[in-house]
Design a protein around this ligand. Sequence first.
Ligand code: NAD
Length: 432
Amino acid sequence: MKLCMIGTGYVGLVSGACFADLGNDVICIDRDVNKINNLKKGIIPIYEPGLEELVKKNYKNGSLKFSTNISESVRKSDIIFICVGTPTKKNTTGADLTQVYKVAKEIRKSILKFKIIITKSTVPVTTGDEIEQIILQKIAKNFFSVVSNPEFLREGEAIRDFTYPDRIVIGTNDKKSNKILKNLYSPLISKGAKYINTSRRAAELIKYASNAFLATKITFINEIANLCEKIDVNAEDISIGMGLDTRIGSRFLRTGPAYGGSCFPKDTKAIITTADKFKTNLSVIKSVIKSNENRSTLLLKRVFQILKNKIKNKKICFLGVTFKANTDDMRDSSCLSMIPKLIKKGAKINYYDPTGEKKELTNLKNVFFSKDIKSAINSTDLIIIHTEWNNFKSINFKKDVGNNKFIIFDMRNIYSSTKMKEQKIKYFGIGR
Ligand code: NAD
């Protein structure tokens, strides 16, 4: 099938490359000329395991193309996926749909025959209705169908998630579109993915409700971990004990820093705004947001306690600064609220991240990037393990830090407290 992905970011590029690999003709569009030129040269704009190989392979064999020309690409395609960003609107909590509506207006200029227009971007309930109205202003009803097909991939595991999804959700009442999309996804359905056809509004809400639920699960175990710290219980035992109940499940039930990333923080806020619009109080999600916002403050307080409130001139090293491992995404990473508060108190921050230096941290005074773990932790006072990368799991701290007074605060519990004790290393985890 002939597909066009509008917005070549984490979602558009991954899904575009995967659709191409399944044998479709795909054009990935972006307004960012630099990004598109780089992609044509094989330079991948994001860190995502396996993506570079997939893009290069399919670009080389011609099934994946890159372009900045939206009208030409829409004309050539049968199915158009809108994959642009839906960030939080400035000074509000709702989703900013400017990019989505702008794209809808662009698309309507190039509809000469029947097109399926899909929102893969996460959009609030009724956005599909709005897009339909925008296009109807210029194009007759029988020339297009607006469908919701939310994306559930996770950064860091995006290709696997796209290729082996738990479910494919298609929100449309249009039988013709549903048939075409079932066919498009048939290679994934035959590998075990469940295919759900529902209403457009339901599909839009499934995405928000899923993200809000996962954010709730993380926040829930984080609060249980707070209690564990007070009663000498290991929160990991609680996670295992709870997670083995198949009604609960073990995923997203590990304690750590506040949840972050490009989805949970904005989507939990946006669903509240939608509910407010329809005069519904989502009180559980409201308290999840509040608890998560408090979490970075709480962990920062712990850092102060660990350093006995003597922060001035202390060398603090962050291992990992992205919101989770296997991604270079800094959006809403909890370290972005912690680091400025530490430097304000006079700390000097060194950080190492496997995905390199971060533009979000370059302009901060007394924040330095180290090219490897060894130089990052050298002669530091406190090491904060912020992200769970595999290469942080077997560090010889005693040898590499080079002083005897360093402390480790492991926000991901990747080391054993007992082993640290045996090595006489001052070590703190979470929920232990
Ligand atoms: P992103 O910021 O990485 O990519 C969006 C891209 O759209 C950018 O490259 C931008 O230049 C491009 N763009 C914006 N306006 C454009 C226009 N008018 N024409 C052409 N290109 C344009 O965003 P993302 O992380 O891929 O997220 C996209 C959507 O998917 C969001 O709604 C997000 O909530 C949702 N989503 C994201 C993830 C994730 O893990 N990142 C997972 C599921 C769903």
